[in-house]
Design a binder for this molecule. Sequence first.
Ligand SMILES: [Zn+2]
Length: 317
Amino acid sequence: MNKTGYFTHPDCRKHEMGAGHPECPERLDAIDDHFHATGLRDSLDRREADPASLADIELAHGRMHVAALRGLSDVLREEIEAGGPTHTQVDPDTSLNVHTWDAALRAAGAALAATDAVMAGELDNAFCAVRPPGHHACRDKAMGFCFFNNVAIAAKYALERHGLQRVAIIDFDVHHGNGTEDIVAGDERILMASFYQHPFYPVGGARSNAPNLVNVPVPAHTRGMDVREIVEMMWIHRLEAHAPQMIFISAGFDAHRSDDLGQMGLMEQDFVWITSRIMDVARRHAGGRIVSCLEGGYNLGALARSAEAHVRVLAGL
Ligand SMILES: [Zn+2]
């Protein structure tokens, strides 16, 4: 059994983007309730993290992007006090409320605190049940429900603040992690491996052919067995050759067959299998060090069961 951290924070619930939005606070409740009901939570080291510092956020984001979001948040607060609208739209799917800024700092802060705890050997690995998610957030742009790229910030932090030379980012969300790609493309210290439904959101985003990316587009309705083959054929030898000293996971569960925001056919057992293969690589090269952060997953039942399946493997249960 491993010492597995479970980072979450009440502030991450306060961010919401309007009634009926799929990226909703109830996602975190569904995970927490299910971890509790299944007894998994008793096996995890539950922690709350401090907000990330702006200096650490700026390891992955431009100073102007960070300042602009803070400015939008400040203006929104003033407008609400003057009787104005409760949300500021940053793209058709993505908006701030008055709590978004704090939630985004807590989400990134969780990834950083998890990195510190795993690097210190207090934890073997960690799962961060946080929102807003991060993998669509580009260096200079918030989009697709994402403001700060939690995983990319943590990966850069591990390199810059902990002195690692090589890390990997693995993204199994149904959507292309265009923001992560934007931030890490060309940084040979970071190997990014993903699969994603294509063509699909985000459409039209420039895709990089940088050699440190193994991002594999797959058609709608791709099933788990085909994804497993892609992982074996495309990811594993690249990960082995890169020999990452720590692995970060963008853990989106919207490739589940029951998730209506994607059209892929994964099941809980596929998340178990993928997580196990990542654990194999981590054991061989990284002393088992893994920090996993929640991305998508919008069918609350499938999300909770898939997150449980993922974290059970991390915990060695
Ligand atoms: Zn997604």
